[in-house]
Write a protein that binds this ligand. Sequence first.
Ligand code: GRF
Length: 198
Amino acid sequence: KNIVILISGGGSNMAAIVRAAQRDDWRQRHGAVVRAVISNRADARGLAFAREQGIAAEVVDHKPFATREAFDDALAATIDRHAPALVVLAGFMRILTPGFVARYAGRLVNIHPSLLPAFPGLHTHQRALEAGCRFTGATVHQVTAELDHGPILDQAVVPILAGDTPEAIAARVLTQEHIVYPRAIAQLLPRLQEVHAS
Ligand code: GRF
């Protein structure tokens, strides 16, 4: 089963998934392997890590495309060359069209840095702080057409401490993301069908 990971930046979640796949030897246990990392930004730092690991690292820049649909079509064409059983969004900062989401229905997952359904969208840690939350966290969920919605696969809970800043919370949440995302994927893999290149 091929896994394709989409990133836009640092790619620390992507790296955690790649490492877990190596450590747990998902190839043996699930017949699963991370085949490609695709970024919409050529300067995404995670691309270098992927290349070092011998994983195909590709860029589909969104800027030349006039519409979201045209970008998503080009992105899907690049993804589909790797015949993915699972497409993983890991800090991929583009809103995806309903057509794209439908194409990968049931095999498209995302991680969001809040305890969904609280705080979909951006600036989650700032908003959790302002709301006076004592806890926040991260949610791994199936992707549906509505942003940061969709069935929840797993969550990690993180305390908000006195004197916290959004940056401090982000760092605390990110370390938990690196645990919960590989775990959620490992649990999902047995339910996914292998896809063969056409
Ligand atoms: C993570 O906090 C993720 O939840 C959010 O963006 C961040 C990506 O970090 N959507 P990285 O690129 O995986 O390091």
